[in-house]
Design a protein around this ligand. Structure first.
Ligand SMILES: [Zn+2]
Ligand SMILES: [Zn+2]
Length: 526
């Protein structure tokens, strides 16, 4: 497989002399199988030069596929400038993560509304098909594609491309699940282990490496990896070559050189066979098969293009959150997408709800002695012991206690502080995953009875609170510092998101800056 980098910069295009060697254009890579199948992964500003290059080779009759990791600007801004989309007789398939409430096509059309761009998406003359993807696999001609949700404050898919006996993995943008691993230390467990499995034995791994371990503490929640994390994971997953990309817009060429030199020195000390390089705009990498083959794709894996709306529509979420403000904010975000919310009041209730309603996700808070989420999690695991599909449990806590968490059966963590977008994305990713599992597992026998149940909205009151009256959602979720709020607000509305999302963020900010007495009134309304 032949891979060419057309954009290697993260977040924003950054032209200039000091960036000229590694390049200033944002994420875009081209991959071609030996048979000629063309896949483009992400279409940031680098997509403009790629489009020009494709046009110079053959203007008409072009056939290609664009995989979008997520719809943050730096990954889609090249689409309106990608010339092959404007040529009749060309055929393009565009794929991206299925959002809730808005299709990929609608989101992409958003950046081409008349007040942003003079030509609308409908005016592209090529034949364009849109595909909303979930986690799973599918084929593009001779290339096998696998998708995997990444950890980012927007639904984001990593792509694994397999053809010609090689595997190329693209994982941008992604933040380590464990904050310890972000520093390059600690054990690879939980969702980081799932991520390692996804990149396992890649011949070429193209990975977000925007930050360093030293910079990371100031960048928690930005949704990006550190070079130390990429190196640690690559070694563990026996990756052959790792291309660091999504270079920080503040890191110039000389700084990238220094970073790379220090990584290579450490790899030499460890006598590691891992080859790490920093991706250069324009660089071509011929990926040749290695004697040791990676794991072949398992038969019967879930089709990433399956419409999962029927399963999603009947999803419900169990909330075991003691903090009233946080519980209210979570339930609001979940209900906004038409998904039922159940509040856990005690263990017996939890057991009944799990066997009766088969929820798609449980979100528990762990903040002892106020609330013991681990204990609830253990009770849930006893309940669903023996079920084919375990209920995913996301634990909200001040820190991820990986070992006790794994023993209690925690699936994933939401570590404070986190932004509304992070929480929302994590919830949606798990709802989508569970819906996929459902579809894969077939419709249960008692489905009709389950669907006939009355709507659960407000069927139960939130669990009784202990001394949390004056504790505000913002204290747990986002900093109350106004400048930090504004910073997060700007970051979160910058990407193209659904109108519902923008409304929610606005409400969260308004709530976080309100006086506690007003906040109580707001939560009472839920
Ligand atoms: Zn990005
Ligand atoms: Zn992003």
């Amino acid at each position: 497989m032949r891979v060419q980098f057309w954009g290697t910069r993260g977040s924003i295009a950054k032209p200039g002399r000091s960036m000229a060697r590694y390049g200033g254009n944002t994420s875009c890579i081209e991959a071609r199988s030996a048979r000629g199948t063309l896949i483009i992964v992400d279409c940031g500003t680098g997509g403009h030069s790629l489009g020009q290059n494709l046009m110079s080779a053959s203007a008409k009759g072009l056939r290609g596929h664009i995989l979008i990791s997520h719809t943050h600007w730096d990954h889609i801004q090249g689409i309106p400038f990608f010339a092959p989309l404007f040529v009749p007789d060309n055929e393009w398939d565009i794929y991206g993560p299925k959002g809730l409430g808005q299709s990929l096509r609608e989101t992409l059309a958003g950046q081409m509304q008349y007040n942003y761009f003079p030509v609308t998406l409908d005016q592209c003359e090529a034949k364009i098909r849109y595909h909303d993807l979930v986690e799973g696999t599918f084929d593009i001609d001779d290339i096998k594609v696998s998708t995997h949700y990444l950890n980012h404050p927007a639904l984001t898919l990593g792509y694994r491309l397999e053809a010609d006996g090689v595997a190329v993995v693209y994982a941008c943008d992604h933040e380590p699940h464990s904050r310890m691993l972000a520093t390059g230390h600690g054990e690879i467990t939980g969702q980081d282990l799932r991520h390692a499995e996804f990149i396992n034995r890649a011949d070429l791994l193209i990975h977000d490496a925007q930050f360093t371990a030293e910079e990371y503490p100031a960048k928690i929640g930005w949704g990006h990896s550190t070079v130390e994390y990429v190196v640690k994971l690559s070694k563990y997953a026996e990756v052959k070559r790792a291309a660091l990309t999504h270079h920080d817009p503040l890191r110039d060429d000389d700084a990238i050189d220094r970073l790379l030199a220090s990584i290579r020195a450490r790899l030499r000390e460890d006598a590691s066979s891992l080859d790490v390089f920093a991706a250069v705009e324009g660089q071509v990498v011929e990926v040749a098969p290695s004697p040791e083959k990676g794991p072949a794709r398992r038969a019967g894996e879930f089709q990433a293009q399956t419409p999962i709306e029927p399963a999603l529509a009947e999803s419900s979420v169990l909330l075991g959150i003691a903090d009233t403000e946080m519980a209210a904010a979570f339930s609001e975000v979940i209900r906004a997408e038409g998904i039922h919310v159940e509040f856990l009041s005690d263990m017996d209730e939890a057991r009944k709800l799990i066997s009766k309603d088969r929820p798609s996700l449980a979100i528990l808070e762990h903040d002892p002695p106020r609330i013991d989420g681990m204990e609830t999690c253990r009770a849930i695991r006893q309940q669903d012991n023996g079920h084919e599909h375990q209920l995913p449990v996301v634990m909200v806590a001040a820190q991820g206690d990986q070992a006790p968490g794994a023993a209690a059966g925690v699936t994933d963590w939401l570590i404070k502080p986190f932004t509304g977008a992070y929480a929302q994305t994590k919830i949606y990713a798990w709802l989508l995953r569970t819906a996929c599992q459902w579809m894969r597992g077939g419709i249960p026998e008692d489905e009709e009875r389950r669907l006939a149940r009355p709507p659960v909205h407000a069927r139960r009151a939130p669990m009784p609170q202990k001394g949390t009256e004056n504790k505000r959602f913002s204290e747990n979720v986002i900093s109350t510092d106004k400048s930090a709020l504004l910073w997060m607000y700007c970051r979160e509305i910058a990407p193209f998101e659904t109108p519902t999302f923008s409304k929610k963020v606005g409400e969260l900010i308004a709530r976080a800056t309100k006086h506690p007495s007003e906040t109580r009134n707001l939560s009472a309304a839920n």
